[in-house]
Every structure is written in structure tokens, then in C-alpha cells.
Design a binder for this molecule. Structure first.
Ligand SMILES: NC(=O)c1ccc[n+]([C@@H]2O[C@H](COP(=O)([O-])OP(=O)(O)OC[C@H]3O[C@@H](n4cnc5c(N)ncnc54)[C@H](O)[C@@H]3O)[C@@H](O)[C@H]2O)c1
Ligand SMILES: O=C(O)C[C@H](O)C(=O)O
Length: 311
């Protein structure tokens, strides 16, 4: 199965690295506009194979979309990342035009592809991709919740002082510093509610750290994170390509679920060979419902800025 990743920068190349190392796809094409950049990243990744023993064929290409033809999944990571002190939302002016152009180009050569949108502000870029391409909703999936949920589990495991693999939890809502909703009420440690082990104050801190997880890393790194984002995209691509039907928080078009419509936001989804196979409209308590509605208002405001690019 062939996967194209547009944008061979930090996130795109890390995603290609994880996909090949784990043998998730037989072929990965990295495409970038920077001359020779994707070719270099692909060659570097392929030179891991003798020592790590994978068989995925990774190639790089500058701008030539014909080489992406027949991809089952296309990942869009092209665009600019934020710098310390910025919000993801500030990237819309540059990234909207890039994402729209890329989505149109990839679909010319891979009309049946499932498109995974990563570029920020991700919920709005997912909505833009949906509107610009006219593809059915099950084929456009925004990646943010898989990453936010991984960060949530990390902070929970630190607070519990227990292995991250023993912790479960999910983040829904928008993929923004103030729009994420870590579902602390439902998080568990090996099936036992974490509320048995952590105080309300400790859980509040876990949620707050999760919400600014990306901003914290951006402050430390000088640009936004890439290891966990790349691995999270690969995790999502694995569930699509290998029809794993995993339940993953993804940004998808809502049509009444969670009281919302005409908006892409993070909700629990079943992800398989058809892309989005089901949205799980779980019961939220009144506080969570209010947070979801507030998050939706913020995402909707951002979507309103797409008028010019969609005109
Ligand atoms: N959704 C998430 O969870 C998540 C996580 C991390 C990063 N991001 C976002 O992903 C995007 C990429 O982040 P990064 O750290 O990899 O940035 P980066 O700067 O390292 O890489 C971006 C790449 O996109 C390329 N590019 C720009 N315009 C292009 C075009 N028209 N066609 C093809 N390639 C093009 C650039 O040349 C560059 O190599 C950013 O918008 C960032 O905010 C999202
Ligand atoms: O924080 C960012 O801007 C990048 C990404 O959305 C992340 O959460 O790491």
C-alpha cells in the first residue's frame, strides 16, 4: 500500500520514518517544494534499512505530483509551524492557501485516497480540505486528538508515577491551547478510574499541562514538536491501511453529533479501511457539554476566516 506525505519537514519526515520502521506501508512518497529536500530525507531514511531491517520503499520528490499517483492515504503536513509565543490559529493566513493547493493536487493523481490533515490550525484546515475537495466526510480526517490523547496519557502517567502503557484517556474538542477537552472523568489506570488515585487539583494540572503541551514544546524547541506528532500520524495511518478499526479521537465533520454541525472537531472515531467508519457520540456531563460548545464556537470563528480562500 502506498502512502504520500506532503511536506518533508519535521513532522512529515518523522511520520515517514515511523511508517517505514514499523512496516506500516510498502511504499512512502515524500513530497516537498524545497528543491532536493524530500529526496534527501527519503535517502537518509532508506539508509536506516540495512541496520534496522525494514522493507518499505521510501522515495522523495520535489513538486512532481505524478509520482504520488495511486496512493491509498495522503498525509498533508505542508505549511509553517508556529514559533514560541504564537498560537496555532495565527498560522491560518499562510497555511490555508498551501493546504488547499496541496489537497487539490494530490487528488488529481490519487482520487480514491483518504486524506489525513495535520497542518495547523488543524480543525480549520480539515474543514477547508473537505470544502475545497468536495470529498465525502469519511475520507477527510484531521489528526490532533491522537497526539493530544498521547500527551494526556503521558501527563497522567507522570502524576500517577506509573507506566504510560497502563494509562488510558482521551482528548476531544478543538486542537488548540484553549479548545482541547481532556476527559479526566473517564481516564483510567488499568481499568480503574484515575479519580481513585489523583485529587481534583492534580487532575486539573494534568488537564492544563495537556492543553498547553504543544506550546510548552514549542517554547523549549524554538519550533513545534515532531516526534510525537509524526508517531501519532503513523498510528492513524496504520489503523486506516491495516483496517484496524481503532477508536481514535480525530477531527471529522460533525452532522448533529455532540450538538454540532458544519464543523470539523475532535471526537472519538472508529478508523479503518474506509477512513472514518463511525463517530461515537458518547454521553458527556453538563460541564463537558459546555466545554465542547465553547470549543466549537472558537473553531467556528476560525473557520469564518476561510471565506476568502474558499471563494
Ligand atoms: N495536527 C497536529 O497535531 C500537528 C502536530 C505538529 C505539527 N503540526 C503542523 O504541521 C505543519 C508542519 O510542521 P513541521 O514541524 O513539519 O514544519 P516544517 O517547517 O518542518 O515542515 C513543513 C514543510 O512543508 C513544506 N511545504 C511548504 N509549502 C509546501 C507546499 N506548497 N507543498 C509542499 N511542501 C510544502 C516546507 O518546505 C517544509 O519542508 C505545521 O503547520 C504545524 O503546525 C500539526
Ligand atoms: O503545537 C503546535 O503548534 C504543533 C502541534 O499542533 C502540536 O500540538 O504539537
Amino acid at each position: 500500500m502506498k502512502v504520500t506525505i506532503v511536506g518533508a519537514g519535521n513532522v512529515g519526515a518523522t511520520c515517514a520514518d515511523v511508517i517505514s520502521y514499523r512496516g506500516i506501508a510498502s511504499e512512502v512518497v515524500l513530497l516537498d517544494i524545497k528543491e532536493g529536500f524530500a529526496e534527501g530525507k527519503a535517502m537518509d531514511i532508506m539508509q536506516c534499512a540495512p541496520n534496522t531491517g525494514f522493507n518499505t520503499q521510501v522515495s522523495g520528490i520535489t513538486g512532481d505530483y505524478s509520482k504520488t499517483a495511486g496512493s491509498s492515504v495522503v498525509v498533508i503536513t505542508s505549511g509553517v509551524p508556529r514559533k514560541p509565543g504564537m498560537t496555532r490559529e495565527e498560522l491560518i493566513g499562510i497555511n490555508a492557501g498551501i493546504v488547499k493547493g496541496v489537497a487539490e493536487n494530490v487528488l488529481k493523481h490519487s482520487p480514491d485516497a483518504i486524506v489525513v490533515v495535520v497542518s495547523n490550525p488543524m480543525d480549520t484546515m480539515t474543514y477547508l480540505t473537505l470544502k475545497a475537495t468536495g470529498l465525502p466526510k469519511h475520507k477527510i480526517i484531521g489528526m490532533g486528538g491522537a497526539l493530544d490523547s498521547a500527551r494526556f496519557k503521558y501527563f497522567l502517567s507522570k502524576a500517577l508515577n506509573k507506566p504510560a502503557g497502563d494509562v488510558d484517556g482521551m482528548v476531544i474538542g478543538g486542537h488548540g491551547d484553549t479548545t482541547m477537552i481532556p476527559l479526566t472523568r473517564l481516564a483510567s489506570y488499568n481499568g480503574i478510574p484515575v479519580t481513585e488515585f489523583l485529587s481534583a487539583e492534580e487532575l486539573e494540572k494534568v488537564a492544563a499541562d495537556t492543553m498547553v503541551g504543544g506550546a510548552t514544546l514549542t517554547g523549549l524547541l524554538g519550533t513545534s514538536a515532531w516526534y510525537a506528532p509524526g508517531a501519532s500520524v503513523a498510528y492513524l495511518v496504520d489503523s486506516i491501511l491495516n483496517d484496524q478499526k481503532k477508536m481514535i479521537a480525530c477531527s471529522v465533520l460533525l452532522e448533529g453529533e455532540y450538538g454540532q454541525g458544519d464543523i470539523c472537531m475532535g471526537v472519538p472515531c472508529i478508523i479503518g479501511a474506509n477512513g472514518l467508519e463511525e463517530i461515537l457520540d458518547i454521553h458527556l456531563n453538563e460541564e463537558e457539554k459546555a466545554k465542547f460548545a465553547k470549543s466549537a464556537d472558537a473553531v467556528r470563528n476560525m473557520n469564518a476566516d476561510l471565506k476568502a480562500v474558499l471563494a
